[in-house]
Design a protein around this ligand. Structure first.
Ligand code: SF4
Length: 570
């Protein structure tokens, strides 16, 4: 059973229907983008009733495929003005799949703040005035108390209710920590719809229909074995994604002080090694944690203070890079507290880190002053002008403060990898329809591919084009990106992904299923953006990255514009 729950907030109706033949093979990113490209007018106001917000489980959700339960969220982005998909771990996608649902489509706008209840009986809207303005943690605490430990909760924080363009959507893990579908301001879309939360109870559902259980079991076992055999998985489990602080520092591409350098003198203090060392001496801290059932990598963690009080879970590389090195902040506890505050407000730590870096360059805050950042962000709900500016993103911050060096593409701040060293990743930043988004195609060097030179201008467009298609497909399956990196080094694993999809759906899928599906997704998104008014001029990195040499490598971004313009045209 692959159904879609249609929620019309304007009418107050919730109906369930089978996905049509065109959509039934799609999940996650594929499903959310297919609905948005077909149903949203590209000229629509992202914060108006014409936008559609889609929560979509991947094709693998609720099955035995390892790391296959991420939730995609899609809409037209208020931050970029283009199409957006952001995804998160947590338990929502698995519970949705258990109910026989592939997705929840939310259209219109509710008159009053509402919660959507989803369970085996269908779905219904209930008033949520009591949750108005509440932080994410208190929202989740109350909803958990009301609906019990079996519920998965998706919610907007106060920043979403305020329709601030860096607002994220939070999703609970099985043990009720928070994960974010962070990018593109989708929390503001949720807020604009007056939807405070979605609560999913999977009990009593029909479960996921598997066409060939034996074939799925074999593919899942082969994937587990292959994923765990890759050396990067051990680093991820030991140090979390924070192991990348050391890697990017070594490569000279760690975003530092608003992308003015590729190495940070305080890198050791924000490294995964230091984080694990601190946690080993702190009560209640966990250096290994999984954000969703079925994860075999456990890259997450629970970070506590010296007294054992939880500060945040998890503390990821992008947050450390952007709120740390990019702002000159080397105090891990300060970064963790800012991370917690962002989660509570419902803000994207990456966009906030990029915006704070711009604000520091503009002289609003001193470099390295984490306490000042925390104090400023704490004023977000008061309507403070500077806090509102930061929460509106790095482009709004740069425009307000007259800062020319803004590390953004299509209105969205970059990830913590400087594109002058990682030019394949930079090419993805420039050309993906999603704005500067590393998860759309991060071209990291690998010992398994010694011939790849990330600093060369040659061939990056072809690599980025392949990766954009590959990662769109991975997001459509609902796979965690980390667990799919091994398949880039061990292409035979890609065959097991295809075999698993075939076993679930009962369809005979071609060998190039992943890349052809991903390419179709990206092509439709590019067309949506074109109809929204984007041109080739929007597929460019900010000019300072073309002219300013990055210390210490001295690199500039010099991939030819003709290469960028030729992408996805063949
Ligand atoms: S590897 Fe990390 S991000 Fe991926 S599912 Fe596991 S805990 Fe979550």
């Amino acid at each position: 059973m692959t159904d879609l729950l249609n929620v019309d907030l304007t009418r107050g109706t919730v109906t369930r229907q089978a996905l049509n033949a065109e959509l039934e093979m799609l999940g996650g990113h594929g499903l959310s983008s297919a609905i948005v490209t077909r149903e949203v007018d590209p000229a629509a106001d992202p914060l108006g009733p014409g936008n559609v917000l889609v929560f979509a489980a991947g094709l693998f959700a609720g099955t035995s495929v390892p790391n296959g339960g991420r939730l995609s969220v899609g809409a037209k982005s208020p931050l970029t003005g283009g199409i957006k998909e952001a995804n998160a771990g947590g338990s929502a996608a698995r519970k949705m799949a258990t109910l026989g649902l592939r997705g929840v489509k939310v259209s219109g706008q509710a008159e009053a703040l509402s919660v959507l209840e989803v369970d085996a009986g269908g779905g219904r809207l209930v008033p949520a005035a009591d949750l108005k303005g509440l932080g994410s943690f208190e929202t989740v605490r109350r909803l958990r108390e009301r609906y019990g430990d079996g519920a998965a909760i998706i919610c907007a924080g106060p920043a979403g209710e305020m329709q601030l363009k860096s607002a994220a959507i939070l999703v609970t893990t099985p043990d009720f920590y928070l994960r974010a579908a962070a990018r593109g301001g989708l929390g503001a879309v949720m807020g604009s719809k007056n939807l405070k939360a979605v609560v999913i109870n999977g009990s009593g559902g029909p479960g996921v229909t598997i066409a060939d259980p034996a074939a799925l079991k074999a593919a899942a076992a082969a994937l587990s074995k292959g994923i765990l055999s890759h050396p990067a998985m051990a680093a991820l489990e030991a140090l979390g994604s924070a192991f990348l602080v050391n890697v990017t520092q070594s490569m000279g591409c760690l975003s530092t002080r608003n992308y003015s350098a590729g190495q940070f003198e305080g890198w050791q203090d924000i490294s995964g090694e230091h984080m694990v060392e601190l946690m080993s001496a702190r009560p209640n801290a966990h250096a290994q944690h999984r954000c969703m059932a079925g994860c075999i990598v456990n890259c997450s963690q629970v970070y506590t203070d010296v007294a054992g009080n939880e500060i945040t879970s998890g503390l990821e590389f992008e947050t450390l890079g952007l709120l740390g090195a990019n702002c000159g902040i080397s105090d891990l506890d300060q970064i963790a507290h800012i991370d917690r505050l962002c989660d509570d407000l419902g803000l994207d730590t990456m966009e906030i880190g990029a915006a704070v870096g711009v604000a520091m360059e503009g002289g609003l805050l001193p470099w390295g002053d984490g306490a000042a950042v925390h104090a400023l962000l704490s004023k977000t709900t008061t309507g403070d002008a500077h806090a509102t500016m930061i929460a509106s993103g790095c482009c709004a911050t740069g425009a307000a403060l007259g800062v020319a060096r803004i590390p953004a593409v299509k209105g969205q701040g970059m990830a913590a990898y400087d594109p002058r060293v990682l030019k394949g990743t930079g090419t993805t930043y420039a050309t993906t329809p999603q704005g500067a988004d590393h998860t759309c195609g991060n071209a990291l060097p690998s010992p398994a591919n010694p011939g790849y030179d990330p600093g060369s201008p040659d061939g990056q467009a072809q690599i980025s084009e392949f990766l954009q298609a590959y990662f769109a497909a991975i997001d459509a399956l609902g796979m965690c990106l980390f667990a799919t990196l091994p398949a880039l080094d061990m292409p035979e694993l890609q065959g097991h992904f295809v075999a698993a999809a075939a076993a679930i759906t009962g369809k005979d899928l071609p060998e190039d299923y992943l890349v052809s599906m991903g390419r179709q997704i990206v092509m439709e998104e590019r067309d949506f953006n074109r109809r929204a008014g984007f041109t080739a001029a929007d597929d460019r990195l900010p000019s300072f990255m073309l002219t300013e040499a990055l210390p210490p490598s001295g690199n500039r971004y010099d991939v030819p514009e003709a290469d960028l313009d030729a992408m996805f045209t063949g």
